[in-house]
Design a protein around this ligand. Structure first.
Ligand code: NAD
Ligand code: TYD
Length: 349
């Protein structure tokens, strides 16, 4: 019997991790701690929220007193920390929120774990989920290794880099049994439609323009979210304490090529003549500090723990589009209210 705290479990990746753990480990008690910001949605977990081993706690990781009390009461054996402000564009307009949640929130969790575990770390683990964006930007060649020096360019990636440093510092200074993974861009069901893929699916559906930043030549490495959740399960159970693992899809796309592929699938699914939605592409001012290219070398994870992505991009991308088209109510719910204000501020329509 283990008590595991998953933070940010109502968000995109967190909800897939919670689902996997609740279903796969009936002997574990899974606690999902989430503030339910605009990005957190309990609907994402409607298929598992009645399970006897699932518990939801609403709370803010920035609130140290609350976090300390929660750890004191529940005495978790493990933490899988995903809660974060996660959108680069929002970090450009409001960096402080990112510093509070991503840095202060992470250190609050480290302190609470250190306090309740004291120096008895047997069977304990603090797993911090991070991003490849901490490594900065690549040119046309090469890929990020676990040893690549950090060089973040956005307030989002700077805050994530800072939190990674604190996690390592707590391992090196206090011996806290930590592990970190840095993953490339995820795609799949339940992603908030401010990120490229769900935003563009929603816009194509409503015949709205597709704001391509700069020339559309930036490259991202895309991984299906369920494969990320599988990697997290593996690293949580088998990863070496104090280590970092890079996770990636080995699946690089220039934005404009990805968008054209998405248009091809969407026009087919919506019964529009091929290429109709290409007219929606609108080149807009580039994102400030826009990283040119991300690519992950995931060979350590493959060699040490035997992880490989299982979902081919063609299959995952098609499934993703189908999910958003089939879950209109979900999309309508999350794009009502404050989303409208965000959209106007961001894209001016
Ligand atoms: P998300 O924005 O969809 O979800 C974040 C969740 O954290 C939400 O449920 C939100 O309510 C919660 N949260 C935010 N602030 C909180 C606070 N102060 N206290 C408690 N809960 C809070 O994010 P995501 O895309 O699922 O990313 C999850 C994690 O994975 C993040 O740490 C992110 O940096 C990392 N990551 C994401 C990607 C990606 O492509 N999305 C890739 C690599 C790593
Ligand atoms: P995003 O999904 O925000 O992920 P990240 O910035 O964390 O990689 O963006 C993916 C890529 O798509 C990135 O190069 C920025 C670009 N992009 C656009 O061109 N237009 C948009 O409206 C958005 C949201 C992103």
């Amino acid at each position: 019997m283990k008590k595991i705290l998953i933070t940010g479990g109502a968000g995109f990746i967190g909800s897939h991790v919670v689902r996997l753990f609740v279903n796969k480990y009936p002997d574990y008690q899974i606690y999902n701690l989430d503030k339910l910001t605009y990005a957190g949605n309990l609907e994402n977990l409607s298929d598992v929220d009645k399970m006897p081993n699932y518990h939801f706690v609403k709370g803010d990781i920035v609130d140290a007193a609350f976090i300390n009390q929660l750890f004191e009461k529940e005495r978790f054996d493990g933490v899988i920390h995903l809660a974060a402000e996660s959108h680069v564009d929002r970090s450009i307009t409001n960096p402080m929120e990112f510093i509070f949640t991503n840095v202060v929130g992470t250190v609050n969790l480290l302190n609470a774990a250190k306090t309740i575990w004291k120096d008895n770390y047997e069977g304990k683990r603090f797993y911090h989920i991070s991003t490849d964006e901490v490594y900065g930007a690549l040119g046309d060649t090469g890929s990020f290794k676990e040893t690549t020096p950090y060089s973040p360019h956005s307030p989002y990636s700077a805050a994530k880099a800072s939190s990674d440093h604190f996690v390592r510092a707590y391992h090196d200074t206090y011996g806290l049994p930590t592990v970190i993974s840095n993953c490339s861009n995820n795609y799949g069901p339940n992603q908030f439609p401010e990120k490229l893929i769900p935003l563009f699916i929603n816009n194509i559906k409503h015949n709205k323009s597709l704001p391509v930043y700069g020339k559309g030549i930036n490259v991202r490495d895309w991984l299906y979210v369920v494969d990320h959740a599988r990697a997290i399960d593996l690293i949580f159970h088998k990863g070496k304490t104090g280590e970092t693992y890079n996770i990636g899809g080995n699946n690089e796309w220039r934005n404009i090529d990805l968008i054209k592929k998405l248009i091809e699938i969407m026009d087919r699914k919506l019964g529009r003549p091929e290429g109709t939605s290409l007219a929606l592409i609108t080149y807009v001012t580039d994102r400030a500090g826009h990283d040119l290219r991300y690519a992950i070398d995931a060979s350590k994870l493959r060699a040490e723990l035997g992880w490989e992505p299982t979902i081919k991009f063609d299959e995952g991308f098609e499934k993703t589009v189908e999910w958003y088209l089939a879950n209109e109510a979900w999309l309508n719910n999350v794009t009502s209210g404050s989303y409208q204000d965000y959209y106007k501020k961001m894209y001016g329509e």
